[in-house]
Design a protein around this ligand. Structure first.
Ligand code: PLP
Length: 507
């Protein structure tokens, strides 16, 4: 891969005039790239979904240094085809059923092209007023779609901001909550602050808590049970908080999840907020995946109680057709974020900021520079309308229901946790197997499925049960892909059970 001519000469050699952004070159090459991408999407099913390469595969194919002389786009594209594509796990394949899918769309891609084209670094309003104001518009539009109260909107008393990931959304709100608490108890007492989540809360929460200076032993991970489908129990939360208060600790923040990563469990937001308010906790709802479904009236109930929380985050790069990375964060009290995160160096001072009549998003996030990501959401909202966005969610849910129906009809399998959105959690559990053997069978089945390159699925362990996850929702997935995946699962199961000589109930 790459030119072998990578030795740098001792003395500079003459090269043609260098124009890194020649509009006509750009037009020609960008057309070539768009053709390549369209063909990639068209033929994506021909690639193994999960990359089959070995660690280090690329290093052995790459020259040890960057080329001294320029290389043509044709040469580079050839290397992409021969060396990069084999090392890709194809997240946009219609046969990708792993983790949560990363959904995309033409509208979002076009928005991304514009965002990249402008390359505006919108740290404050003046740096590009449209960057800030469009973000405020789309965050209010989205809030309205989700039927969030006015207290989360710019048209009310709150507001929203686009972060990169849930981790950043949690970190920023946690720091706002932390600083508010430290003002009351003194910075010397930071070691007393306690934060709460469940054993199903995403691991990024623990990371954010550590980054915010919470003592690791003060990060509570409240156990969940299959009996209430792995949701955080408000009663247990209350008990844990009371024990901490009795120990002289200071409850700070609780993270509830709408659609947990393992099984899409939904924590009861309203009941959790009710517990939290008695102790003055900041309540954050992580709806990274499940939140998108709440634009449909039949799912909106999962956000009941949102009027009583402090912040909510949702990642459109998961289920809302936006390319990575895009995490929407709404806060009830933006003033607390700004107080905790604002900086005011001389070189960024300007009249608009000083007038306090504008939003400077640099004070709502970790970094200073920020991209014009609002364009992606704006393009999605305008190009598709709410009607199509709702039918996109419903179509994925319908396909997941279909898959769930297949599982229920085959007595060798069982549903481990009832399906809520478009993730099906199931396992192979043929009669007569002991728990260890069942786990081994499921591990082997998953390994076989992924080795075929025809699907990619992942697993989790909940309540001690090794569980297979079938997450429907890659943008290109159609019913035929779900049916083919099921056929493959049956094929693998037949082979495996025959090999293992397992007695099964199927007639
Ligand atoms: C519920 C939930 N929260 C957080 C995350 C992590 O998101 P990010 O990568 O945006 O930090 C995930 C990822 O799947 C998730 O499912």
């Amino acid at each position: 891969m790459g030119s072998l001519d990578s030795n740098f000469p001792e003395n500079p050699v003459s090269v043609p005039e260098f124009k890194p952004l020649d509009p006509e070159d750009f037009r020609r090459q960008a057309h070539q790239m768009v053709d390549f991408i369209a063909d990639y999407y068209k033929n994506i099913e021909s690639y193994p979904v999960l990359s089959q390469v070995e660690p280090g595969f690329l290093r052995t194919r790459s020259p040890g240094s960057a080329p001294y002389r320029p290389e043509s786009l044709e040469t580079i594209m050839n290397d992409i085809k021969s060396d990069i594509l084999p090392g890709m796990t194809h997240w946009l394949s219609p046969n990708f059923f792993a983790f949560f899918p990363a959904t995309v769309s033409t509208a979002s891609f076009l928005g991304e092209m514009l965002c990249t084209a402008f390359n505006a670094v919108g740290f404050n309003w003046q740096a590009s007023p449209a960057v800030t104001e469009l973000e405020m518009v789309v965050m209010d539009w989205f809030a309205q779609m989700l039927k969030l109260p006015k207290s989360f909107m710019f048209s009310g008393t709150g507001g929203g901001v686009i972060q990169g990931t849930t981790s950043e959304a949690i970190l920023c709100t946690l720091i706002a909550a932390r600083d508010r608490a430290l003002e009351r108890i003194g910075v010397e007492n930071i070691g007393k602050l306690v934060v709460y989540g469940s054993d199903q809360t995403h691991s990024t929460y623990t990371k954010a808590c550590k980054l915010a200076g919470i003592v690791p032993s003060n990060i509570r991970s409240i156990p969940t049970k299959i009996d209430n489908f792995f949701a955080l129990s408000p009663a247990l939360l209350k008990k844990t908080i009371e024990a901490d208060v009795a120990d002289g600790l200071v409850p700070l923040y609780v993270c509830a999840t709408v659609g947990t990563t393992s099984t899409t469990a939904v924590d009861p937001v309203e009941a959790i907020a009710n517990v939290a308010k008695d102790y003055g906790l900041w309540v954050h709802v992580d709806a990274a995946y499940g939140g998108s479904a709440c634009i449909c009236p039949e799912f909106r109930q999962f956000l009941n109680g949102v009027d009583q929380i402090d912040s909510l985050s949702l990642s459109p790069h998961k289920w809302f057709l936006s390319y990575l990375d895009c995490c929407c964060l709404w806060v009830k009290n933006p003033g607390l974020l700004v107080k905790a995160l604002s900086t005011n160096p001389e070189y960024l001072k300007n009249k608009a900021s000083e007038s306090q009549s504008v939003v400077d998003y640099k004070d709502w996030q970790v970094g200073t520079g920020r991209r014009f990501k609002a364009l992606r959401l704006w393009m999605i909202f305008r190009s598709y309308g709410v009607a199509n966005l709702q039918s996109h969610i419903r179509s994925d849910v319908r396909m997941a229901k279909m898959f769930e129906g297949f599982i229920k009809l085959d007595p060798r399998f069982e549903i481990v946790v009832p399906r809520r959105f478009s993730l099906v959690c199931f396992r192979l559990n043929p009669g007569g197997s002991d728990p260890q053997k069942t786990e081994r069978l499921n591990r082997k089945l998953l390994e076989w499925l992924n080795s075929t390159g025809r699907v990619y699925m992942t697993h989790t362990i909940v309540g001690g049960v090794y569980t297979l996850r079938f997450a429907v929702g890659a943008t290109l997935t159609e019913e035929r892909h779900v049916t083919a995946a099921w056929k493959l699962i049956r094929e693998g199961t037949d082979l495996l059970l025959e090999e293992e000589n397992v007695f099964c109930l199927e007639g």
